[in-house]
Design a protein around this ligand. Sequence first.
Ligand code: ZN
Length: 503
Amino acid sequence: MMPSLDSLTLRIAFYTLFFFFISGPAPAQSTDLLRRMYRHHGEVKEPGLDTRRFKHADIMTHIDALKRDPAFGVSVAGHSVQGREIRAVTWGDGPTTVLLWTQMHGDEPTATLATLDLWNALQDAKFLPEVTKLKERLKLVFLPLLNPDGAEVYERQNALGIDLNRDALRLTSPEAQILKHWRDSLDADWGFNLHDQHRYYSPGVTNLTSAVAFLAPPPDPGRSQPPNRQDAMRLIGGLAEGLQSLIPGQVAKYSDAFEPRAFGDNITKWGTRTILIEAGWLDGDNEKQTLRRLYFATLVAALDGIAKKTYTLHTVQEYNNIPFNQNHLTDLFLKEILLQEGRSEYLLDIIYKHTEKTEPDGRTWYREARVEEMGDLSPYGGYTVLDGNGNWRIIPARTHPHVMVSMDELRDEPLRDIILSGTAIFRMEQVNNSLRFADAPIAIRRLDDNANEPFKLGQNPTFYLQDKKTGALLYLIVNGQAWDLQGTEWQSALQQLLSAGID
Ligand SMILES: [Zn+2]
């Protein structure tokens, strides 16, 4: 007999209550805390640092300021290869030791900024009433900006060219020795290995970016799950749940293949409950300030989960359910378009990826675009996906015959009409990289640049996509970005470039 509607309602109510009591209010609290921290982050956000390419000296000023608060201990942990001071910051009087290190890769700065914000939160019991409990239960030790030499030039490796995260066993680098020393002397209960990852990961095969990715690193090639790793997995399960409510579908986990030289894997092996957090990418968040906010909220919720042991209310299965990072995304994905070679026409897909390049000043940067792959690329997705369905033909853009002396000369040209008639490349005597790779529907090139680069892997060709039947120019591709010529956005971008006053 089918149950009546009333008995169904009763049963649903019963199970809801039942699951509330067994899986309970505690995880929900940690989700609430994470959301609250995200919402109010602006109140504790450390001012003065809102770009990714800060330097050692910038951070030291902020660490020095902590010395005014007796709750914090600041000491010299050691020095980098180039002699920059690496500090240890301690806080809390509790029995549970937590070691957190940031930016062991010099070009992965998000956690360092989130840590400055976390310190502000720990100083403000009105903002974070949980502080009292955290202080009596935890002892936090931070090693912020572990690779200051790398940060100086915004590179992954240290000044010797060594990836610190492949130096956990040989310990050639002084920075790696510092981390090992603190892990061992504390015999840390928990370790937070704080990183950034590239912008092409998606959680599973989707067109969404992985904004935050986690890993409870494995202690051996068999990826076994000793109790310390299981605790890390449970904590991550709770954090992922909290983040999912803010960035649905954008939480992932990092590959758990064992890397024998990495710190995370070894620190798990040495008995510490280890959590890797990766700030990934959110479209449009170029300086990762929204990710910093998410990262901050995640760290607070993690510490609270450890202090109150709410991680024990989560399961390893919750961790297992988080989708793996897939290296799936690209910046531009052109599907099924036609390339003319000699007298034949070939159907192919093309993907572009953009590489960030830092100028010698270590502060300014631009994105260089290159054709990454050609052929059947159906497994990929992209920030922008255009499907030609075999109806669009590649037409290389022409180069304007005159060499421009300046932007002023360019402004005098009837650019709109020139572009619509198939010319989109302009050579100029003085061109910096920001201009060469500007986010605009014209390609500005140096005199010695190939005006238009060939349609080959690793090149940056400028071209149109033309409707094969009507002959209409539909899109213009410049620096791996597609401009819809039927729309108006390209015209305003052009206007913006011309009025920016770059000369
Ligand atoms: Zn890293």
